[in-house]
Design a protein around this ligand. Sequence first.
Ligand code: FAD
Length: 469
Amino acid sequence: MAEDLTGRRALVLGAGMAGSLTAAALTPFFDRVTLVERDHLTGAGTDRRAGLPQAGHAHLLLGSGARWIDALLPGTTQALCDSGAHRLSMPAQVHTLSPHGWLPAIPEIQFLLSGTRSLIDTVVRERLLAGGRIELLTGTEVAGLMGDATRVTGARLRDRTTGAFRDEPATMVFDATGATSAAIAWLAELGTAPVATTVVDAGVGYATRTLRLPDAWRRLGAIYLQADPDGSGRGGVLLPVEDDRWLLSLSGVRGQNPPTDEPGFDAFVASLRHPVLAEALAQATPIGPIRGFRKLANRWRHFEGLRRGPEGFVVLGDAARSYNPAYGHGMSVAARSANVVREMMARHGSAPDLTRRLQRAVAGCADDAWAIASGQDARYLTDTRPGPVERLQRWYTNRLGRAAVHRPAVTKALLQSFTLDAPAGRLLAPRIVGKVLTTTDSPPPPPPFPPEAMPQRLPRDPATGRKTS
Ligand SMILES: Cc1cc2nc3c(=O)[nH]c(=O)nc-3n(C[C@H](O)[C@H](O)[C@H](O)COP(=O)(O)OP(=O)(O)OC[C@H]3O[C@@H](n4cnc5c(N)ncnc54)[C@H](O)[C@@H]3O)c2cc1C
């Protein structure tokens, strides 16, 4: 029977990126949209909150993601730039050392927004709440779902200040509680079939330090030393963020996580494939401690595969699929999913199988990000032998990466796909395949950082030990 959503209420669980944007997408279709968040949210400038432990690490927002956010909350990109986020032109201002060499500094193919995660969240939340259509419950933990195996009818909430439980009824419930979501357990409590999970775990870990750098570094933009699957698997990224700060995030695989003690962190930077990040660190004044993040597996919980899941319950964002963050996809996939939710609600809002349609459409938004991250990470796995198809894919990916260093048309296609601006399938278009297969082993272009091009070290003030810039 067709469903009439008029006069109904949506509950969105988790006020991270997926939850906030999904709430924005739902406002035209429900009388009430309530966003439920476990943390007590404060204003701007809080780098850390318990529910967002990743916030201290580099968080790049792809241009595609920024456009999807603007489609839901117009003017967000501009507001982020006005608040101090850096708009970086890619590849010219995002110097990238791929496993095959430096990508050429050709004109803008995509832009990236670089700011702290707390800045991005704060600006998004301010714009979300400015509309006055969203009810935000903070300090409120979701403890389970209401309903049964055929229909979810609300959520069971716990007030974190008083400890009191209450039931909040809703027409539809959207889970966006992130990578630690308990949705599978909540559904099991209602008696649904188990949800299958696929994990590709290369043992990725992060460590990040916030820095101040001499002004001369600003002209360089961001620097990204990608991990080489055929080498140590170590990578690092240096990003300018708001308030004249920089984030230096390092990543390692197979459990060789970058250390969080100072000598270990410095030694890890020195072991990267190019000395530019070690030079930056040598010239930097660190701010605060080194923060680590472990257990960054690619995890796909197949809610879209549930044959008889309950009506009225949809899972999005990291709660459904999370990835190795080195590719910077998570927030953009969340933004794309929210746009797709809006489109689906507009087209199929009264369809009897709305829940299933939504869950499938949301899953489709994450396929390319999953293919890129899990495909690359699978190369680090030592306990599985790749089959013929995988070996062919890896061979082509290597050729593609090499061609991207030499042929601007391939650079463009690769970056468009990797930044989710074009389907990954475009990398198999005959025009691109032709260029990939005819690229010869010519020497790679010279690095953009010969020693004389790097900002020079500044003398330290003998009294304070700080750099004198
Ligand atoms: C180290 C690291 C670096 C990353 N770098 C990037 C990057 O450069 N670019 C990028 O696009 N993505 C990056 N990501 C991924 C990005 O953080 C996520 O993909 C993105 O935040 C979308 O997640 P989400 O909204 O689904 O969940 P989150 O943003 O994690 O939000 C989940 C929310 O749910 C709340 N919550 C959890 N449980 C409950 C509960 N029971 N009740 C109520 N509320 C609850 C949490 O407090 C939180 O607010 C990175 C991730 C990590 C771990």
